[in-house]
Structures are given as structure tokens and as C-alpha cells.
Write a protein that binds this ligand. Structure first.
Ligand code: F6R
Length: 612
């Protein structure tokens, strides 16, 4: 989720670059940097923290007016801590080639080893830097910047948008993308590029889309786009009617909608780079050795809110795959209840922000009791990540809407990857089974996309429920945490009374509350207890409740048990929460809107809760 900006033209000065990346600040970042390219030299500036305080006119960098192009970047750390040395742009050994990058290079480790063996000296911990050195190799063999960048792109695997400059061709910026966004702009005597449209608005409305595996060469006032093989392509011109604020939300009405639509990417990115050549899981980033993990005889997962619901899903998965007792607890309870753990316990703290006080204190307590502490966080180098023995990052990018959406999905995926990794190390599942589940995980982004595309159907159901005031969300097995998450979303966004319950527990008390007008949302995606969910739902329907079911595509048996159906594409039962929660997010969102509430700023809530 880094921000990228590039400018080729007569005004290549720090001001223009800083203005460009400031317009991308809304994406979130932890460090930033820029590079100006002049004949025979590059000038680089990299900083940790906010751009806010920087007075571009006071920067010594690139002030002599000799620069002809420049690139700038805001970094949201993935590989390597948010330090100056890891900030972009990254340069080659000679300091004559600089690159900025958004995305993840999956084969960076093998490329780094190859480059180091060939005598290159890499200074950062990033996956990006290998690309600068690969371009260096190509140019050393006589290739132009464009040809060397093309050759480099053939070597890298993963998702990226990049921009490269060289002191040998200071009029030129070479840009490319695969899976992550990049747009191009053209105006009198200048050519521009950016990861997002807001950085271009203000300069030009002549904006062009770059497609996957296309390469753009930008020179002052000109753009040439080709395929990776060099065949010319006419880039698609976009019609920009957005103002700046709308552009920052990617054209969506609010951040929550934008972030829900980023969920397929969040899931895909969280899965990227996790498998070795034989398909086996490699979680080097985690810092816990296989020997550490072999000693584990109990897992505790501790979290708050939506993160807690992701943890509950993981309990089902870990106990099924790994056969290790797994307890899940709410962080604010865990730390005060004398939990029983020791050096053979793996305590996993799950926190989008990595700063939630209840969870970080719970982790401190777990460490004090001798447990190995692993943190699942979306923020690289968050306080919790720094304090833990190991860390597994979700890669959802910054989440701005207060209600967690894309981070929640990414957390489920990361925790299930952890479960499969434990199964691999402890030998509790055959490699073929692990491989099959990982393959099913890799198609989840497509299934989430399909579920998202049905927002109109959810809106229709929501419109019929605008007068409802009482909601029950029921599920069993992994449908139970989905029910809890659906109820939480409805409470916090639409301010409606919503209870999440294990469906089988309803008859032990809460069924007394069911009356005509109560809405019961059942999670009826296929899992081992699916039929029992239908029986539980029949009990409430016969008492006058309006029943909405989340059901697998084509499941007529479920449809017959419901007043309204929210269809989702089927997947493995243990993976189904990743897809099943999507229509519930949309339902809460739509009901919030219908009741006139701003989904980005629910009342009384903060994005990061750093108080007890
Ligand atoms: C709900 C929500 C909260 C957070 C909770 C934990 O939509 O966002 O319930 O999940 O406050 O926050 P993190 O994950 O940052 O520890």
C-alpha cells in the first residue's frame, strides 16, 4: 500500500515530488523518500515519519535546477522495519539507478543470494532493492534503462508497481506494474505517474491506465507504453470527474466501501511469498524456529473485537489440523484471570494496529509466564511486534475506516496459514492435504470478489429490514465467529441491537426474546453442523422471526428455510468465514447508511484503543 509518484519535466524539484506524495498520505505510511535525476548524478533523500513538517523549499536536495525527472515514495513497511535505510528509493551499487516500488517481490531472497554471490552489496532489508541491482546488471551489459528494466521484470515474481530512474538517462522514468495500481498522466511538457489518481489531479486530467505487465517510458511531455516484449500499446485514457477527496477514497463514497473492496488484495497479499519451491510453507518472517514450535503443547490466542473473532476461527482450524489444545480469550479478561501457560505454550496476540493496550498487556503477561509470544499484526514494527518473540504480518495495507474489514479477513487467513505451518512442522497433516488447503486459500481472493459483487442483493435485503430493531446472528462451528462478527458490525455501524450466538445455545435462554419482527441472520454455509443450523433457524422462524441466511450458491435446502438469502460462493468449511463475513459487512454498512450514519466514523469508537 505504498504511494508512488513520478515526474519528468522542467519543474523536477523537491516541491513537486513532495506535493505528489502528500496527496497519497491518506494511504498511510511510515517513512518516505525521493530521488531527483540530473545528468550524471542522482540526489536522494529518505526520512522516517511524516512528510508534514518538511519545508520542501528548505531542502538542499536538488535545488540547483539541473534535475530533469524525479520519483518519490511513501512506504508502508512489509519487508524490513520502517527505517531510513529501508525507505525508498533504493539504489544499485553505483548509486546511479534508483527505484521505488509498491507491492511484494516473492522471489527476493533467491535473487538477493544470486546478486550477493555476483558481488553486489545490498544495504537494506527490503525486497525492493534487488530490482535496482538487477537493472544495474543489465545496464552494465550495455542495455538502456528501459531494456534493463524489462529484463529485470522478467526475473521477478510477485505484485508490484515500480518506477526507475538513472543518472545515465535523466530525462526518462521507466514504470511498470503487475497486480498493484499505477496510473500515468500527461500535460504540457511533463509526464507523470502515480499509484493513485489523487497525486495527478492538480497537474492534469489526461490520465491513462497501465495494464498488468505493460511498461511505460515517461519523458518530458511524452508517454510510450509497450508490452513486456516491447510491442507498442495504446494506453486506455480514464475520464476523471472526481474531486480530490473522492479520489482519495478511490471513487468510493467512504473508506469502509473502499476497504471492503480491497479485501481480495488484502487476502492475496497476506498469502504472497509464503510457499517454497515444493509448495511447502515457509514462514521465515515469523522468527520462531521449527524447534521452538515443536516444543509447543498448547496454543493461546488473545485479542479484542474483530481480531478476537478471527482468533475464534483459528481455534477450529488449529485444533482440527494440529491437534493441539487451543484456547482463545478476550485480552482484557486474559490478563486478570491467572491463565495457565508455560514455556511450552505458544501465545498468539492478534491485533490489526499492534498497539491495542489490552492485547499488548496480555502479551506482556504471557511472556512473563514464560510462553513464546507471537504477534499477528498489520503494522510493521508496531509496539507489539517489537516486543514479541515472533511476528506474522497481515498485509492488508492501512485501514482507515474505524470498523475493521480487510484486516479481519487478512487476520483469518494469516492465522490459518499459521495453523497449516504448525501442522507441517508437527507432522499432523499429510503434505498433500496442506497443499490442497493452501491451493484453496489461493482462490479465496476471487471468491471474495464474487461475494463483493453482490452488494446490490444485500442492499435489497437491507431495504426490507430498515424498520427492524432487534437482530440475532446465529452460527455453529466456524459459522459462530462469523455470526459474532456480523453482530458486532451491525452494532457499531448501524447502532442496532444485535446478539451473536452459537445457534445451538439459543434454546437455553435467548429464544425467549424471539418474536415477530425479530431478525435472525443464520450462517448456513456448509460446515459439519450446517443441518443443525437449519433446525435451529426453523425454531425461530416458527416463532415469527424473519430469517436471513448466508448460504452457499445453489443451496436450495437453505433457501427454503429462509425469508431472504445472501448467497456466497462455497469453499472449504474452515475457510468459509473469509467469504461468509462479506455480506454481513455489507448488510451492516447498508443499514448504517439507511439509518443516516457515517460508516467511517461510528460514534464513541476509536480506531486504536490504547486505554484499558
Ligand atoms: C471492530 C473493530 C474493533 C477492533 C478491536 C481490536 O470493527 O475494529 O473491534 O477489532 O478494537 O483492534 P486491534 O486489532 O487493532 O487490536
Amino acid at each position: 500500500m505504498c504511494g508512488i509518484f513520478g515526474y519528468a519535466g522542467p519543474d523536477a524539484r523537491p516541491e513537486i515530488l513532495i506535493e505528489g506524495i502528500k496527496r497519497l498520505e491518506y494511504r498511510g505510511y511510515d517513512s518516505w523518500g525521493l530521488c531527483l535525476a540530473a545528468e550524471n548524478h542522482l540526489t536522494l533523500l529518505r526520512r522516517v515519519g511524516r512528510i508534514g513538517g518538511v519545508d520542501a523549499s528548505a531542502l538542499a536536495v536538488g535545488r540547483d535546477g539541473s534535475a530533469r525527472s524525479g520519483i518519490a515514495h511513501t512506504r508502508w513497511a512489509t519487508h524490513g522495519a520502517p527505517t531510513e535505510v529501508n525507505a525508498h528509493p533504493h539504489v544499485d551499487c553505483s548509486g546511479r539507478i534508483a527505484i521505488i516500488h509498491n507491492g511484494i517481490i516473492e522471489n527476493h531472497a533467491e535473487l538477493r543470494a544470486e546478486l550477493e554471490a555476483a558481488g553486489h552489496s545490498l544495504t537494506s532489508a527490503t525486497d525492493t532493492e534487488v530490482m535496482a541491482h538487477l537493472v544495474e546488471q543489465g545496464m552494465a551489459d550495455g542495455a538502456s534503462l528501459t531494456a534493463a528494466t524489462r529484463a529485470m521484470l522478467r526475473r521477478v515474481r510477485g505484485a508490484f508497481s515500480i518506477a526507475v530512474v538513472s543518472a545515465d538517462e535523466p530525462d526518462t522514468i521507466v514504470a511498470a506494474r503487475r497486480s498493484t495500481p499505477l496510473v500515468l498522466g500527461l500535460h504540457d511538457g511533463m509526464a507523470l505517474l502515480a499509484s493513485d489518481i489523487p497525486a495527478l489531479i492538480g497537474h492534469t486530467r489526461r490520465v491513462f491506465a497501465l495494464a498488468d505487465d505493460e511498461v511505460a517510458v515517461l519523458t518530458p511531455g511524452a508517454l510510450a507504453v509497450t508490452t513486456l516484449d516491447g510491442d507498442p500499446v495504446e494506453p486506455e485514457q480514464l475520464t476523471i470527474t472526481w474531486d480530490l477527496e473522492a479520489a482519495q477514497k478511490g471513487g468510493f463514497e467512504d473508506y469502509m466501501s473502499k476497504e471492503m473492496h480491497e479485501q481480495p488484495q488484502a487476502v492475496a497479499d497476506t498469502l504472497l511469498d509464503r510457499r517454497g519451491p515444493g509448495g511447502e510453507l515457509i514462514l521465515d518472517e515469523m522468527r520462531l524456529s521449527a524447534d521452538d514450535l515443536r516444543r509447543i503443547d498448547k496454543v493461546f490466542i488473545v485479542a479484542c473485537g474483530s481480531s478476537y473473532h478471527a482468533a475464534l476461527v483459528a481455534k477450529y482450524a488449529i485444533e482440527h489440523w494440529v491437534k493441539v489444545p487451543t484456547e482463545v480469550d478476550i485480552a482484557s479478561e486474559f490478563r486478570y484471570r491467572d491463565p495457565v501457560l508455560n514455556e511450552r505454550t505458544l501465545c498468539v496476540g492478534v491485533s490489526q494496529s499492534g498497539e491495542t493496550l489490552d492485547t499488548s498487556e496480555a502479551m506482556r503477561e504471557a511472556a512473563r509466564l514464560g510462553a513464546k509470544v507471537l504477534v499477528v499484526s498489520n503494522v510493521v514494527d508496531s509496539s507489539m511486534a517489537r516486543a514479541a518473540d515472533g511476528v506474522l504480518y497481515t498485509r492488508a495495507g492501512p485501514e482507515i475506516g474505524v470498523a475493521s474489514t480487510k484486516c479481519h479477513l487478512a487476520q483469518i487467513v494469516a492465522l490459518e496459514v499459521l495453523g497449516l505451518y504448525l501442522a507441517q512442522i508437527l507432522g499432523t497433516q499429510p503434505a498433500t492435504e496442506i497443499n490442497e488447503i493452501l491451493n484453496a486459500m489461493e482462490v479465496l481472493p476471487g471468491l471474495v470478489t464474487t461475494a463483493l459483487a453482490r452488494a446490490g442483493d444485500v442492499d435489497d435485503v437491507a431495504a426490507k429490514l430498515t424498520d427492524a430493531r432487534d437482530f440475532f446472528f446465529l452460527g455453529r462451528h466456524v459459522g459462530y465467529p462469523v455470526a459474532l462478527e456480523g453482530a458486532l458490525k451491525l452494532k457499531e455501524l448501524a447502532y442496532l441491537r444485535a446478539e451473536g450466538y452459537p445457534a445451538g445455545e439459543l434454546k437455553h435462554g435467548p429464544i425467549a426474546l424471539i418474536e415477530p419482527g425479530t431478525v435472525v441472520v443464520g450462517i448456513a454455509t456448509r460446515n459439519p453442523l450446517w443441518e443443525k443450523v437449519l433446525s435451529n433457524v426453523a425454531e425461530v422462524r416458527s416463532r415469527g422471526a424473519t430469517v436471513v441466511l448466508v448460504a452457499d450458491d445453489g443451496d436450495e435446502e437453505s433457501a427454503a428455510a429462509a425469508d431472504h438469502v445472501l448467497w456466497v460462493p462455497p469453499t472449504y468449511p474452515l475457510l468459509s468465514p473469509v467469504v461468509g463475513v462479506v455480506p454481513l459487512q455489507q448488510l451492516a454498512y447498508r443499514l448504517a447508511r439507511l439509518h443516516g450514519h457515517d460508516p467511517d466514523r461510528p460514534r464513541n469508537l476509536a480506531k486504536t484503543v490504547t486505554v484499558e
